[in-house]
Design a protein around this ligand. Structure first.
Ligand code: RB5
Length: 142
């Protein structure tokens, strides 16, 4: 199960990514928002993060206008490593080096094609482990 959440700025991109994922055979849990009406991204970000921490969702996608507010919110959760990505190369490194479990996207600054390319890369790229696991182990909530 893949979780996805977006604010009003990311609503349309969220729909596109859900369609792609379902076409590929993934089960998707949509945490909202469900329209372009202005809303507060933490209201959808916290439930997405909690679902990953609880193991209901394996990993997730978080979208807002810049990607910053929603990734700041989910990264408050100890079990979340959300990576704000704007190129496929960054998405690949977020998996290889950071074992990111949330792909965070800036809907107002990437095209639909760029977002899809990042999602495909995020899905296809494994974590490298080794020295990167040691570094991840040193990330802690203070
Ligand atoms: C909404 O206008 C915008 O502030 C939000 O989508 C996001 O960019 C916040 O970080």
């Amino acid at each position: 199960m893949i979780g996805i959440a977006a604010d009003h700025a990311g609503y349309e991109l969220k729909g596109l990514l859900i369609e792609y994922l379902r076409e590929q055979g993934y089960e998707v849990k949509d945490f909202g928002t469900h329209s372009t009406e202005s809303m507060d991204y933490p209201d959808v970000a916290h439930p997405l993060a909690a679902s990953i921490e609880e193991g209901v969702c394996e990993w997730g996608i978080a979208i807002c206008g810049t990607g910053n507010g929603i990734s700041m919110t989910v990264n408050k959760h100890a079990g979340i490593r959300a990576a704000l990505c704007w190129t496929p190369e960054i998405a690949a490194l977020a998996r290889q080096h950071n074992n990111a479990n949330i792909l965070s996207l800036p809907a107002r600054f990437v095209s639909n094609e760029e977002a899809l390319a990042m999602l495909k890369t995020f899905i296809d790229t494994p974590f490298e482990g080794g020295r990167h696991q040691r570094r991840i182990d040193k990330i802690a909530c203070l």
